[in-house]
Design a protein around this ligand. Sequence first.
Ligand code: HEM
Length: 236
Amino acid sequence: MKTTFLMRLGFDVVAACLLLVALAYYWLGNLSHEWIGTCFFLLIALHNMFNWHWYGVLPKKRRTASGKFDMVMTLALLMAMLVLMVTSVVVSLTVFSFLQIKDNYTVRQIHAFSAYWAMIFVAIHIGIRWTRVMNAIRSALHLSAESSTRKLVLRLIAGAFALSGLQSAVALDISSKLTLQVSIDWWDFEASTAGFFLGWVSIVGLFACVSHYGFTGIQQLNRYRKAALTSRVTNP
Ligand code: HEM
């Protein structure tokens, strides 16, 4: 069971890397971009097959605030992925060109727009599941259940990611990418390729941190409310 989860986690890490690499369209060139994107969607299909049960527990999710948060963010991710997938087929110049679908500037813009949002929703998705991921890694590495030093080190790393994510969001002009504004400020891959990838990794870190702490905060609030309600019922 644990091994299966770790194997699935491995596929998810590869998918996240492909998504990140596909964002560097002008570094890859069209052909590699299209094949990397296509492989990414195959892994996403696999991810959905493995996690199909999640859709079955959706009605239960609506009962708590944290469940609602998870549901809204995951459905937003699904929406972004579907738009990205459909527009990929439409704008394709090689892999799906045999379909001879006519594209236009707006569809190409929507393709890039959904790609950037997909990355942000992936980060939020990771943040929501971070505790589960950490528990699986910890038990695979046979580490002790609780360690305040490890907790502190991980929190410091998370803080550093969040800070550098803020800086990178400005450097990569994320606000115009997420608001469908035309930006003439292309990333100069000749000047720094690593800067692009590190920048995006830290932006993912920033959104994952915010969603992880936001999500655990909502869960804690849920627990306090439940405990307060129970004590009111038992001690009226
Ligand atoms: C992981 C999935 C994908 C991501 C994250 C992604 C992302 C992007 C981004 C960000 C751009 C715009 C680059 C820019 O102008 O700034 C782009 C352009 C493009 N993508 Fe994708 N893409 C993905 C999958 C695909 C697939 C599967 C295909 C086709 C099979 C495809 C075909 C294209 C084409 C043809 C363009 C150029 C559009 C133009 O002329 O402006 N993409 N993609």
